[in-house]
Design a protein around this ligand. Structure first.
Ligand code: F6P
Length: 342
């Protein structure tokens, strides 16, 4: 059995740990592995490398992905789709393990519907894949946000400022909510709840009246004020899955807060710091469990499935179900975050 592995979409701490687990467990079944470079693009270009037990040794703590990644949608152009099917045959891939978020796994679901033997592994620091409690990479991102908020607290308090911290989270504010709770944010803004800038300013002014001379606001990059009517984007360009490049909510808010409250404000964009570097112990373990779950699905001939964490058990759900909708922030979690606003 020759199993192809690819990593697609934004990179995420733990990708290499999944690859390692897949190959090490698959080696016990006597399988061969073809690493597909740069996500679905590698299949369009037949850009592959052989993976063995030896090549994946030492990958557990490594950030990034040894396979590289891209946001290529191979089904956008029918000619590409044709090339993809031809190359899967030419490369003699008996099965493919796709490690990715809703875009990468959305492609996997469509390929499965056309007869390709695919298994998915849920990856995204945004934690917005449906059907799994957690995606690997999320815990690392939350730890980095918490680390940043701890440091920003002391400088913000020393200068009696307002600090707006822009974190990742395109359509779902999981990182903002978890990071904000762990780092003691005074306001948390998420894409699921368009906000009113004056209400945010009122919380900050009330804090000041109550003797707190500083405030920390955490905003997911996809959060937006009702008055703007939509997310703040860097430019008009879209990627091959139709996503805009987000960014700017931190600067927008810091400017508005300073204007409306006369309190000195600054902003910090944590950006790709949240995705880089070594995974936390939690993410290494989750990634390892996912990798083993995925190759065992292949071994069982159980295709069109995605491994998922439900409670503390690794289960599998259909790729079609997992990619049909996004998992947005849980109302109970947001209620807890909200208790600490102000
Ligand atoms: O992978 C998800 C994500 O990290 C989003 O939170 C963010 O909007 C996007 O990727 C950034 O993508 P890029 O690395 O292409 O700038």
């Amino acid at each position: 059995m020759n199993v192809g592995i690819l990593t697609g979409g934004g990179d995420c701490p733990g990708l290499n740990a999944v690859i390692r687990a897949v190959v090490k467990r698959g080696h016990q079944f006597g399988y061969e592995f073809t690493g597909i470079k740069e996500g679905w693009r590698g299949l369009l270009q037949s850009n592959t490398i052989k993976l063995s037990k030896q090549t994946v040794s030492g990958l557990l703590p490594m950030g990034g992905t040894i396979l590289g990644t891209s946001r290529t949608n191979p089904l956008k152009d029918p000619k590409d789709a044709e090339t993809l099917f031809k190359n899967i045959e030419a490369l003699k891939l008996d099965a493919i393990i796709a490690i990715g978020g809703d875009d990468t796994l959305g492609v996997a679901a469509k390929l499965h519907a056309k007869g390709i033997k695919v298994v998915g592994v849920p990856k995204t620091i945004d934690n917005d894949l449906f059907g799994t409690d957690f995606t690997f990479g999320f815990d690392t991102a939350v730890s980095i946000v918490t680390w940043a908020l701890d440091r920003l607290h002391s400088t913000t308090e020393a200068h009696q400022r307002v600090m707006v911290v822009e974190v990742m989270g395109r359509h779902a504010g999981w990182i903002a909510v978890y990071g904000g709770i762990a780092g003691g944010a005074d306001v948390i803004l998420i894409p699921e709840k368009p906000f009113d800038v004056d209400e945010v300013c009122a919380v900050i002014k009330k804090r000041k009246e109550e003797g707190k001379n500083f405030s920390l606001v955490v905003a997911a990059e996809g959060a937006y004020p009702k008055e703007a009517g939509g997310m703040i984007t860097k430019d008009k360009s879209l990627d091959s899955f139709g996503h805009a490049k987000l960014g700017g909510i931190g600067e927008f808010l810091a400017t508005e807060i300073e204007k409306r409250t006369s309190l000195e404000s600054r902003f910090v964009v944590l950006g790709h710091l949240q995705r880089g570097g070594t995974p936390t112990a939690y993410d290494r373990i989750l990634a390892t469990r996912y990798g083993i779950g995925a190759i065992e699905l292949v071994h069982a001939g159980n295709f069109g499935r995605m491994v998922a964490l439900q409670g503390n058990r690794i289960v599998d759900i259909s790729l079609a179900e997992a990619t049909a909708k996004l998992k947005t922030v849980d109302a109970e979690m947001y209620r807890i975050a909200h208790i600490f606003f102000g």
